[in-house]
Design a protein around this ligand. Structure first.
Ligand code: 1PR
Length: 523
C-alpha cells in the first residue's frame, strides 16, 4: 500500500496511474496522521515552492512529514517533493523547507533555456534499490527551473548535466527523491516506481556510471482533436489549418488509441489540441476531458492539452476562469496546458500599458502550477513586405522571396484557429508571453502546416533568438531528414509533427533511427 501525499496542485493522476500500472494500491493523505501511519509515502510536488510549503504548513502536513523523515521511513519525493527536503529555496524567499537535507534550492544559472525541460541522463553516485534492473544509460523526464544544492555530497544519489552538473536525486537511508518524474519517464521510470514499491531490503545493485549527460531533443506527436459532423471526437489534420475534405472533417483516428500508439512507438511527449476550443467551452466538452483521463492511464510521457483555455461564462451565466479550466485539465492527467488565442489577446492588452496585472491566464496558471506548465501555442502566418520599415512589426530578411520578389516578411499572429489575423507579430508575442511567465513556446506555422515541405527555419530562428524558454518547432515535417535539419539549423529544443505520423508515412521509430548518432535523442 502506497500513501500518496496530494496537496491539491497539478497532475497527481499520472503518479496514481503509474503506481497502479505497477500493481500498487494507493491511499491518499487526508490528515497529518495519515502521513505518520504510512507504510510507504510518495510525495509528488508540483507548482511553486512557496505555495507548496504554505499548503503543507496550513494542512499540518509539514510537521508530520518532518517526523516521518526523521524516523527514516520509506519515502519517495518527486520534483518539488525533492526540493521540499532542503532548508529553503530561491524561489520563495523567507519560506522554510522541511530542512531534512542541509542546503538550498537554487535557480538554474545557465545560458541554456530555462526551464530545463525534457529527457536527460543521470550519473549515479551511490548504489540504490531504486535503480535495480536499470541499464544505466536511460534518460528521464525533467521539467524544472530550480534544483537542489545540498551543502555536502553525502546525500547525493545522482547528478545530471545542464550547463553544469546539478543534483538530480538524493538518498539518505530510506528517504529518496528524484528531480525527474519517474511517472513520466516511460518504462525506466515505471521500473523505479516498482523498485520503490517492492524494495525488499536486498543489497542494491550498482548502476553503471555514464560519463556526462546530455538533454535530448524531443520528438512530439500532436493530435488535433475536434468533433466531426456526427458529434464523434476524432483526430483530424488540416492543410494550412483547413481540416475539411469534400465538406467532411478528416478523420484520422481515435484520440486515445493514437496517443497510446505514439507512446509505444517512442514519442517523447504527446500534445492534444482541441482545435475548436476557441468557440466551445472545454468543461462542457467532457469527451475531451475523458480522452485525457483515459490516455493518462496508458501513456507515461508528458501530456499537453490546448484549446479553449480562457475565462468563460457558460449558458447559465456562471463565470469560469482560465485557471479553473486549466485545473480541470491538470486533474484529468495533463502536465502542461497550451494557450493559443487568449495569449494573443493577453499580449495585446499588456503591450498597451506594459503593466503586469497578475490576473492574466498566463500569470495565474504559472503562479499556481509553475511556468513549465504553461505553453503558448502560436499560430502565425507569413506576411511579405517590401522593406523592414514597411510595418511596425519584427521583420526578418527572408531567403524565400515573396510573390513580388519581396525580401522581407513578418509573422502575423492569428486567433481562432487561424481564422482571424491580428496586428501582432509572433516574435513579440513569444517575448511578451515569456515575460508574463510562460514556460515554453509551441511554434506552429500556418503556411507550412500539413505541407510536408519542412519546418519554417526562419520563423523558428527568429523566435528562438528572442526568448530564453524552450521552443517546440511545429508544422511542415515531411520526412525524418526534416527533424535533423531543424535541430541542426535552429536551436529548437523539440520538434512536433502530426500528419506524417497519423498517415503512417514516417513512424516515430524511423525518425529516431535517422537521428541516432546525429543528434542527442532519447533512444
Ligand atoms: O486558441 O487557445 O483555443 O487553442 C486552439 C489550438 O488549436 C491552438 O493551439 C491552435 O494551434 C490549434 N488549432 C486551431 N485550429 C487548428 C486547425 O488546424 N484548424 N491546429 C489548429 C493547429 C497545428 C499544429 C499541427 C502542426 C503539425 N494544429 O499543432 O499539428 O502544424 O502538422 P504537420 O506535421 O501535419 O504539418 P485556443
Amino acid at each position: 500500500m502506497i500513501t500518496l501525499l496530494d496537496y491539491g496542485a497539478g497532475n497527481v493522476r499520472s503518479v496514481i496511474n503509474a503506481i497502479e500500472k505497477m500493481g500498487g494500491k494507493i491511499s491518499t493523505v487526508r490528515r497529518g496522521e495519515d502521513i505518520l501511519t504510512a507504510e510507504k509515502l510518495v510525495f509528488p510536488g508540483v507548482g511553486a515552492f512557496g505555495s507548496m510549503m504554505e499548503i503543507l504548513t496550513e494542512k499540518k502536513y509539514a510537521e508530520a512529514l518532518r517526523q516521518y523523515l526523521a524516523a527514516d521511513r520509506p519515502f519517495l519525493g518527486i520534483c518539488l517533493g525533492l526540493q521540499a527536503l532542503l532548508e529553503y529555496s530561491e524561489e520563495a524567499s523567507g519560506v522554510k523547507g522541511l530542512g531534512f537535507i542541509p542546503g538550498a534550492v537554487k535557480r538554474f544559472r545557465t545560458d541554456l533555456a530555462v526551464p530545463h525541460i525534457g529527457w536527460n541522463g543521470i550519473q549515479v553516485c551511490q548504489t540504490s534499490p531504486l535503480f535495480r534492473g536499470l541499464k544505466g544509460d536511460e534518460k528521464f523526464y525533467f521539467v524544472h527551473s530550480y534544483h537542489a544544492a545540498p551543502e555536502d555530497d553525502s546525500t547525493v544519489l545522482t547528478t545530471t548535466d545542464y550547463g553544469y552538473s546539478f543534483v538530480s536525486a538524493v538518498q539518505k537511508g530510506n528517504i529518496t527523491a528524484t528531480q525527474f518524474h519517474p511517472e513520466k519517464s516511460g518504462e525506466p521510470g515505471l521500473r523505479i516506481l516498482r523498485n520503490f514499491m517492492e524494495n525488499s531490503g536486498d543489497a542494491p545493485m550498482p548502476l553503471q556510471v555514464s560519463s556526462g549527460t546530455c538533454l535530448a531533443k524531443r520528438i512530439i506527436a500532436c493530435l488535433d482533436v475536434r468533433a466531426n459532423d456526427r458529434g464523434d471526437l476524432v483526430v483530424t489534420k488540416g492543410d494550412q489549418y483547413d481540416v475539411r475534405e469534400e465538406g467532411e472533417v478528416r478523420n484520422l483516428g481515435k484520440p486515445v488509441e493514437l496517443a497510446r500508439r505514439y507512446y509505444e512507438e517512442g514519442a517523447d511527449e504527446i500534445t492534444f489540441l482541441n482545435i475548436t476550443g476557441f468557440r466551445d467551452f472545454p468543461l462542457e466538452d467532457m469527451p475531451m476531458i475523458e480522452v485525457l483521463k483515459q490516455s493518462s492511464e496508458n501513456v507515461f510521457v508528458p501530456l499537453t492539452i490546448g484549446g479553449g483555455i480562457r475565462d468563460y461564462r457558460d449558458k447559465n451565466g456562471r463565470a469560469y476562469t482560465a485557471l479553473e479550466v486549466a485545473a480541470e485539465y491538470f486533474r484529468s492527467g495533463a502536465d502542461k496546458v497550451s494557450i493559443g488565442s487568449d495569449a494573443v489577446l493577453i499580449a495585446e492588452e499588456y503591450l498597451k500599458s506594459r503593466i503586469k496585472t497578475g490576473k492574466s491566464a498566463i500569470e495565474e496558471i504559472a503562479r499556481v502550477y509553475g511556468n513549465q506548465a504553461v505553453v503558448i501555442s502560436v499560430d502565425p502566418r507569413r506576411v511579405y513586405v517590401k522593406s523592414p520599415e514597411a510595418v511596425k512589426h519584427q521583420v526578418i530578411r527572408t531567403e524565400i522571396p515573396g510573390p513580388e520578389g519581396e525580401e522581407y516578411c513578418w509573422y502575423q499572429c492569428t486567433v481562432k484557429g487561424g481564422r482571424e489575423g491580428r496586428e501582432l507579430d509572433a516574435v513579440t508575442l513569444a517575448k511578451v508571453c515569456e515575460e508574463l511567465g510562460a514556460g515554453e513556446i509551441l511554434l506552429n506555422c500556418i503556411d507550412r502546416d500539413g505541407s510536408s515541405a519542412g519546418f519554417d527555419l526562419e520563423l523558428i530562428r527568429a523566435v528562438k533568438n528572442a526568448v530564453s524558454i524552450p521552443v517546440i518547432a511545429s508544422s511542415g515535417a515531411g520526412c525524418a531528414a526534416h527533424f535533423h535539419e531543424v535541430f541542426c539549423k535552429t536551436a529548437a529544443e523539440a520538434a512536433l509533427a502530426a500528419g506524417i505520423f497519423h498517415r503512417r508515412e514516417v513512424p516515430i521509430g524511423e525518425v529516431k533511427a535517422y537521428l541516432k548518432d546525429k543528434v542527442e535523442i532519447r533512444p
